[in-house]
Write a protein that binds this ligand. Sequence first.
Ligand code: SAH
Length: 280
Amino acid sequence: MTSDRTARKFPLALGRLGGASVTTAKMTAARGAAGPALIRPQRHVAAAHADAGRRATAAGLGLDSADVRARMVGRLRAEGVVHPQVLAAFAAVPRHLFVDPGLATQAYEDTSLPIGHGQTISKPSVVARMLELLFGTERAGAAGDLGAVLEIGTGCGYQAALLAQLGKRVVSVERLKPLHDKARELLAPLRNSRLRLVFDDGMRGHPPGAPYDSIIAAAGGDEIPQAWLDQLAVGGRLVSPVQQRGAGQVLVVVDRHADRYTRSVYEAVKFVPLKSGLSG
Ligand code: SAH
């Protein structure tokens, strides 16, 4: 699968986000780090000045450069990530735009970072691992994409942006309103019929979009909710952290076959807890 094909799949190619494209400008403006040309006259001068300063800092550090992302991709490859489309997605999405400006310099390290409200953006190597696992089905292997995708836990929207590169359509659900709203702003250039952000309790999945070929959870509970299993397509795969009694959290893969489900347990992981209910 070439990135050309990926680019064709999306009207606003994420591959252009790192350069001086309109899309980058929109995403940058959305997070409030407007460059001089984007400062609105009605804004307080001091706020606008601070925003411009942050933008200059990011630019000065070269975080908008594709080379920075390429170095992160090189490290992922060295750690054993091989799937070309997964690597291409990481090369395309500017992770620093999804974290607080104060943490931007750490955005391309293999580390989870706080995104506010007690939540974290997941570690790139763990995200890559889960995406590669999702590509492990016969359907995804043959189609070269993740098909219809459900993400539980939009958080800041970084993984949703990666998924938008890899799926045919993506629904991402978040239960914390401030994070949902922030992701809506950050992903505004990408939101269309192929990427939907939903404010809801993801424990229920999202029945209107079911069945899903791929389900990925960024938060782990004691069990995999029945709704997710019900909404998984036959031939589809679910990847989720699950808390094992007394043994910490592990990555669990569930495959749905015509007549049964199979479950495989992978390595230990550390995700935030899956919580029920909404929080405004
Ligand atoms: N994929 C995210 C990771 C965010 S951390 C990113 O790239 O930033 C996990 C997220 O799961 C948190 O934002 C948390 O609020 C959310 N979450 C936890 N339980 C949830 C639930 N039941 N429904 C929807 N989101 C949930």
